[in-house]
Design a protein around this ligand. Structure first.
Ligand SMILES: Cc1cc2nc3c(=O)[nH]c(=O)nc-3n(C[C@H](O)[C@H](O)[C@H](O)COP(=O)(O)OP(=O)(O)OC[C@H]3O[C@@H](n4cnc5c(N)ncnc54)[C@H](O)[C@@H]3O)c2cc1C
Ligand code: SF4
Length: 434
């Protein structure tokens, strides 16, 4: 093992980078969409709708595509999920709507619901066509903390219901992990910001960026100044491995590097290790591994402590990593980071004995946790909520990754924000029955 790490930019030329970071699932043309829509059986009690965390009426929107009513189709989608455009790109449909599609049993291939959803929503979002009007002003004002999928979904629904909203966001840009986390090849052409602009286009939503709860403003102040508060602050702190050598140079939090990648103007300038080891088994592990390969890393290993079925990354994502040239090792918990000042490798334990892998860079992708917050009750590092997303604090709701319920998916965060907004509206109108 060499002590001088091979980490540098410019491993690939600009054409190769452009190809590697192009759209993972290119959009359907009109004729492709019409053919795909024709495959739908328009099932009664559609299992695909039951499997969608936001409950989009999938056969209804596909039917509208079939009759060339793309705008009506978008309305059906966005009425339940205002981030229907992003979800069409990033949802693990293979374990949600498309897994439930009855076409799987008849043809072993589901209707391509995600691509059809994108076909319907893209023209509306690109054109900034507002499909929803605001209800008459209620005179109420709600603070939404966090401008990620949960916060934006809550803010949009509250605005539609006639309330004014102020979004407080720690990061410079609104969008949360849609802007700073999702793999670059899933959301090309700055779609995250196009969608943010679309959502804010409803009006009635003021945005304060670089403004952090616990630093620039307290929860008590927000409760005093606003009629209700929604917390959608995600999970900011990366978990530690808790093993010897973790502090060495070259041991990096995957989400920090991904954020840098997502904000980079020139991917060719990003420093990339020749040999990369990723520790973890979720979506972040897959994303950092695949993107490292796409940036030109020669050898990339994902090492997960349990078996393939325990990985939270779906089978599709695991296959994506493997077809991108990533080697996945299972049942190998890390024991020690090797090297002097800089990492040179990692030692893992396996049933067959010790496994040692060389590394110029080691990415930690073993999950994130909530930053310390004062106020609502937390359990296991998440905010505790009830079925309507109320926290233990009066006037305070919460949703998205920061709460105990849910699957840490964009679509779940959107649903949380929507449900909370519906309940906040009831509370603000005095229709609250407890
Ligand atoms: C690398 C990675 C890849 C992923 N890929 C996918 C995918 O392909 N598909 C999928 O469905 N899901 C994916 N996810 C999960 C998905 O991104 C999250 O579930 C979703 O973004 C959660 O939304 P959220 O609004 O709860 O939190 P976030 O998106 O994390 O947004 C939180 C917002 O709160 C703000 N904030 C934080 N703290 C404070 C504070 N103290 N004060 C004020 N503002 C604050 C932040 O600035 C941020 O804007 C991925 C996650 C990661 C980490
Ligand atoms: S389950 Fe499949 S075939 Fe049935 S309505 Fe949904 S998309 Fe159409």
């Amino acid at each position: 093992m060499s002590d001088s790490p091979d980490i540098r930019g410019g491993r690939l030329g600009s054409d190769e980078l452009a190809a590697n970071f192009g759209d993972l699932h290119p959009p359907l043309s009109r004729s492709e969409a019409l053919i795909e829509a024709d495959r739908c059986y328009f099932c009664f009690d559609a299992p695909c709708t039951a499997a969608c965390p936001t409950g989009i009426d999938i056969p209804a929107f596909i039917q509208k595509i079939r009759s060339d009513n793309v705008q009506g189709s978008a309305r059906t989608i966005l009425g339940e999920n205002i981030m229907g455009g992003m979800c069409a790109r990033v949802c693990p449909t293979e374990v949600l709507c498309e897994e439930a599609c009855v076409r799987n049993t008849h043809e072993e291939k589901p209707v391509e619901i995600g691509l059809l959803q994108r076909y319907a929503t893209d023209p509306v979002i690109d054109a900034g066509m507002q499909l929803f009007a605001r209800a008459p002003a209620s005179g109420k004002k709600v603070a939404v903390v966090g401008g990620g999928p949960a916060g934006l979904s809550c803010a949009h629904r509250l605005s539609v219901l006639g309330h004014d909203v102020v979004v407080f966001n720690k990061d410079e840009k609104i969008g949360g992990l849609n802007e700073y986390g999702i793999a670059a090849y899933k959301t090309v052409d700055d779609f995250a910001q196009t969608e943010v602009d679309y959502i804010l286009g409803i009006g009635g939503i003021e945005v304060r960026t670089n403004c952090s709860l616990g630093h620039d403003v307290t929860l008590d102040e927000l409760c005093e100044q606003y009629d209700a508060v929604f917390l959608g602050i995600g999970l900011c702190r990366s978990n530690d491995l808790g093993i010897e050598g973790e502090e060495k140079d070259g041991v990096v939090n995957a989400i920090d590097y991904i954020a840098e990648l997502r904000q980079a103007d020139d991917l060719g300038a990003l420093p990339v290790g020749k040999t990369v080891v990723v520790i973890g088994g979720g979506m972040t592990a897959i994303d950092i591994a695949v993107q490292s390969r796409h940036l030109g890393a020669e050898q990339v290993h994902i090492v997960y402590r349990r078996g393939p079925d325990d990985m939270s990354a779906s089978a599709f994502e695991q296959a994506l990593a493997q077809t991108s040239g990533v080697t996945i090792h299972h049942r190998a918990p890390p024991r020690r980071i090797l090297g002097n000042g800089h990492v040179t490798g990692v030692e893992f334990e396996t049933s067959a004995g010790k496994l040692e892998l060389c590394a110029d860079v080691v990415f930690k992708a073993i999950g994130q946790q909530l930053s310390d917050i004062e106020g609502p009750i937390t359990e296991n590092g998440r905010i505790v909520i009830d079925g309507w997303h109320r926290t233990s604090m009066e006037k305070v709701w919460a949703g998205g990754d920061c709460v105990a319920e849910g699957e840490d998916l964009t679509v779940s965060a959107v649903q949380h924000g929507k449900v909370a907004a519906i309940d906040i509206d009831r509370f603000l109108r005095g229709q609250d029955d407890g």
